[in-house]
Design a binder for this molecule. Structure first.
Ligand SMILES: NC(=O)c1ccc[n+]([C@@H]2O[C@H](COP(=O)([O-])OP(=O)(O)OC[C@H]3O[C@@H](n4cnc5c(N)ncnc54)[C@H](OP(=O)(O)O)[C@@H]3O)[C@@H](O)[C@H]2O)c1
Length: 273
């Protein structure tokens, strides 16, 4: 049996790669001696090595030969160049996890010369502060323990959801992958509204952000649906009633649903590009 020096090898120590390194070490899923990361630039490798005391390399072949689980954290446009480099060095004991948005398993399988134990993940931006949510799709040859391990990796930077069918990954991309931007847009709009009504910037910021966070936490903690919660705070002719009248008039719900559908459609269109 091959004994690998590293449990996890992360190819691409950029934003997501670094967030995973940080989360994995903090959660103690792996120790500094069991983790390796690669980057294209020596400076980047040095920075990661000094900051996290893990092994780093510019040599992806070295990383693959020495790691049991290979995590592809490069941009989707860099996947094509990467795959032929690592494909000849993959074997049955490896597990490949890709977070590259929109790259389907079929493309990975082909680029990796028929390698099958592949997991596709759609994380999101709050992973940077360990508050992410990741949709995880595992191919049928991925074992139960490999699947558990894949979930544990992303639990180190937030929460995970098992996605049973690959075709749902476009919807996951539209909903949670792109989702932080919907909230940022709402924060922008609420901030402008608060300031226009005369509130100072500092107060607007805290009132807006804590309102969003609190509402999401309330929705998570109660059994009531978001619609029930909204109706509960809307009394006839009250302030929320006045606000919801505008939402209804301008079809707020339709707008958001269209945005999510457009993002999912774009994810589908971008596959393989
Ligand atoms: N950020 C998000 O919110 C988010 C959400 C969901 C999914 N994702 C996915 O996560 C992946 C990474 O995104 P990111 O935002 O972390 O990108 P990023 O900050 O650009 O990180 C990618 C890193 O990979 C390095 N790299 C490129 N080719 C390489 C190679 N052949 N070998 C080793 N390293 C290589 C890049 O080096 P250079 O700096 O030299 O280019 C860069 O440091 C993407 O596929 C994206 O679709 C990201």
């Amino acid at each position: 049996m091959t004994l690998y020096k590293y449990q996890i090898g992360i190819i691409g120590a950029g934003n997501m790669g670094e967030a995973l390194i940080r989360g994995l070490l903090r959660s103690k899923l792996v120790g500094t001696k069991n983790l390796i990361a690669s980057g294209r630039r020596a400076k980047q490798c040095r920075k990661i090595h000094q900051k996290y005391k893990i092994a780093t390399t510019q040599d992806n072949v070295r990383l693959v030969k020495n790691s049991r689980t290979i995590l592809l954290a490069v941009k989707p446009q860099n996947i094509d160049a990467l795959m032929p480099q690592i494909a000849p060095h993959l074997n049955k004991r490896h597990l490949v996890i890709s977070i590259a948005a929109g790259i389907p398993v079929a493309k990975l399988k082909k680029g990796l010369k028929g390698f099958k134990a592949i997991v596709r993940v759609m994380p999101n931006l709050p992973s940077l502060i360990e508050c992410g949510i990741a949709g995880i799709y595992c191919t049928s040859v991925v074992s139960k323990s490999q699947k558990r391990f894949a979930h544990k990796i992303f639990e180190a930077v937030g929460k995970t959801v098992d996605i049973g069918r690959e075709k749902w990954m476009d919807a996951v991309t539209g909903l949670s992958g792109t989702g932080p931007a919907y909230l940022f847009a709402m924060i922008e709009a609420l901030t402008r509204a608060g300031e226009k009504l005369g509130l100072p910037k500092k107060e607007v910021r805290i009132l807006t952000l804590e309102t969003m966070l609190g509402a999401a936490q309330l929705a998570l903690k109660t059994k009531a649906t978001a619609e029930e919660l909204r109706k509960r705070v809307t009394s006839k002719k009250g302030t929320t009633w006045a606000a919801m009248k505008i939402f209804k008039k301008h079809r707020f719900w339709d707008l958001l649903m269209k945005a999510v559908a457009a993002a999912a459609k774009r994810s589908h269109e971008l596959r393989g590009k």
